[in-house]
Design a protein around this ligand. Sequence first.
Ligand code: NAD
Length: 485
Amino acid sequence: MNLAIPYHLENFIGGNFIGPLSGNFIDNINPATGAVYGQIPDSNSKDVDAAVMAAKKALPAWSVLPVEKRFIILNKIAELIDENLEELALAETNDNGKPLWLSKQVDIPRASANFRFFATGIMHFANESHQMEDKAVNYTLRQPVGIVGCISPWNLPLYLFTWKIAPALAAGNCVIAKPSEVTPVTAFLLGKICKEAGLPDGVLNILHGVGQHCGEAIVKHPAIKAISFTGSTRAGEHIASVAAPMFKKLSLELGGKNPNIIFNDCNWEKMLTETIRSSFGNQGQICLCGSRILLERSAYEAFKNHFIPIIKKLTVGDPLDSTSKQGAIVSKVHFEKIMNCIAIAKEEGGTILCGGNAVKLEGRCENGFFIEPTIIEGLDQNCRTNQEEIFGPVVTIQPFETEEEAIALANATGYGLSATIWTQDIGKANRVASKVEAGIIWINCWLVRDLRTPFGGVKNSGVGREGGWEALRFFTEAKNVCIQF
Ligand code: NAD
C-alpha cells in the first residue's frame, strides 16, 4: 500500500483525510537534523466536534458488530502494520530520533502485536454470572462506553497510541485519538492502514495538535465518556481536574522515577546487560527506565568499575546508522530540559562519572539534539535530581547498606510506576517486591512484557491499569442484570 507522507499532515475524520478547520498548522521537526520536514494540523474544538459527529454516526453499527467481525478488521490492521514495517519504522525514527533498528525491532512490531492481542482478546472476553442459590441469578453485561478519547505521548509513539486504541475499538467503542504533536506521523499513517483494513468510517478518528487546544478539547467534550491518557504527571493532574467533575472514566498512565535495586548476590553479567538497557534504552525516554540505580554498598565500586566503561562506549549517532546505540533526544525543548537537569545535578553537588555533555555530530545531524549517556553519584535522595523525572539519558547511583534501606530509598519519591530488583535470593526478591511502592516489578529482568498483565502505576504515576482484561474492562461499562427465579 502507498504510505506516502505528505508535507502537510491531515486529520482522519469520518474516514476522510482533511486539514484543520482553522487552516492553522504547526511545524514538525526531525530531532536528529533539527530541520522542519513537515507541518501538522493545529486542531481545536471545532475539529473535535467534527470527529465526535463522525463517531456518533458510526457508533450504532460498530458497537453491535459481532466480535468475530471486529476481530477480522483489527487483525487485518495488525497484518498491514507488519507489511509496512519498513516505512513505519523510518517514519517513527524521523519523528522521534530513536535508532532505526529500535523502531524496527520494538516500536512497530509492538504496534501490530497490540492490535493482534486485543483482536483475539475480545473473542474471549466473557460476561460474569453470579447465582444466588435457588433465589436468583445475576449476569453482568460489558457494554461499550460509547465515544472515548485516547491521548498518547511521544516516547513510544505508535506503540502507545495503539496500546489504547486497539482495546477501545475491540470493545466496540468509537475513538477520538490524538498522538503527541511531537511525533504525529505514524499515527497519521495508521489512519491510512485502518481505511485499507476496512475499518468503517468514523470508528477511529485521529486528530493532530497540541495539548492545550486539541487535547483539552477532547477531554472537555461532553459526548466523550472516557479518557485514556499517557503522558506527564503535570498534564495528567490537569486532565483529572477537568474530567473528574464531568464524571468521565479516566485511565492515567503518568511519569516515573523508577528504582533499579541491585544486591551484591545478583547475576552480574545479566544485571549489567539489562541495566544498560533499563538506564539508556530509547535515550532513557521510556517511562519504565530505571533512573535511580540503588546498589548494595559492597557492590558499589565493582558496579562503577564495570558499568562506566561500557556506557562510555555507547555510540551516540545518526539514528539511521545501524551502529548508533543512542539516537537523538526527541526535541529541542526536551534536550534543553535534560541539559538543565544535568546542570541542577552539578549545583546540588553531584559528581558526573560519565557523560554530562551535549554531543555535536557532523554532517546530516550537525544541528540535531544529542546528549551523552550520563551517570551521576554523590547526591542525596531528597534532592531534585533524585526526586523529579528527567526522562532522558541520565541516571544516578546511590549506595544502601540493608534491605530495609533499599526499600526506603526505592519508595522515597512521589512516583510509583515500576522497579527492578536484582538478587539470586528468591526470598529477598519477593520480600522487596511486596514492599516497593510500584505497579510493576521486574525481578532479574527488565521490560519483559506479557500483554495480559495489568500495566500501570501508583502514587503520582497514575490511576488505573491498562493491558489484558483491565483494558477491556476500562473500555466497557458493567451492567448487572438480576433475574429472580
Ligand atoms: P505530555 O503530558 O506533555 O503530553 C502527552 C500527551 O498529552 C500529548 O499528546 C500532549 O499533546 C497531550 N496533552 C498535553 N497537555 C494536555 C492537556 N492539558 N489536555 C489534554 N492533552 C494534553 O507528555 P510527553 O512529554 O508527551 O511524554 C512524556 C511523559 O509521558 C513522561 O512523563 C513519561 O513518564 C510519561 N509516560 C508515561 C507512560 C506510562 O505508561 N506511565 C508511558 C510513556 C510515557
